[in-house]
Write a protein that binds this ligand. Structure first.
Ligand SMILES: [Zn+2]
Length: 148
């Protein structure tokens, strides 16, 4: 966010800042746990690997380059999960635009990746880590089975 942007919300209440910090923490944790467990299971992948798609670039959280599998662990707040995607009560217009923009970009990235031959998995951060890892491993096995 650019503070010079006239749409930049100010001032943020302490409560909103606390919520954002909590969300940031929550967003990074499952991602780390999932990567650690995948690694322990012997899978090798790239993290935050930039993929160029025409004039766009996206950065999935976990990328299996050889089998072209891109995985996103979407934060419930930033990506507006149907169960936990609350919008802040302050600066409603700003957040509406920001969060709707995120969701639209997610959709555009998924569509573009698929059009370029990528497999795409999007998992909500609220999915239990073990469940997410099982799901990813199953997907990897299936793709490896079909392309080699
Ligand atoms: Zn959620």
């Amino acid at each position: 966010m650019n503070p010079k942007d006239p749409n930049y919300p100010k001032p943020l209440s302490k409560a909103v800042v606390a919520v954002m910090k909590a969300n940031k923490r929550a967003n990074t944790k499952p991602e780390l746990a999932i990567r650690a467990l995948l690694h322990k299971k012997g899978l090798r992948f790239r993290k935050d690997f930039p993929i160029k798609l025409g004039n766009r670039r996206c950065r999935p959280d976990i990328v299996f380059t050889r089998i072209k599998l891109a995985i996103f662990i979407d934060g419930c707040f930033w990506h507006q999960c149907p169960e936990h995607g609350h919008k802040p009560m302050a600066n409603v217009e700003y957040w509406e635009r920001k969060l709707t923009g995120n969701v639209e970009r997610d959709l555009a990235d998924t569509t573009l990746l698929r059009a370029n031959g990528w497999h795409v998995l999007r998992l909500w951060e609220h999915v239990p880590v073990q469940e997410a890892v099982d799901f990813i491993m199953e997907k990897v096995t299936v793709i490896r089975g079909t392309c080699s």
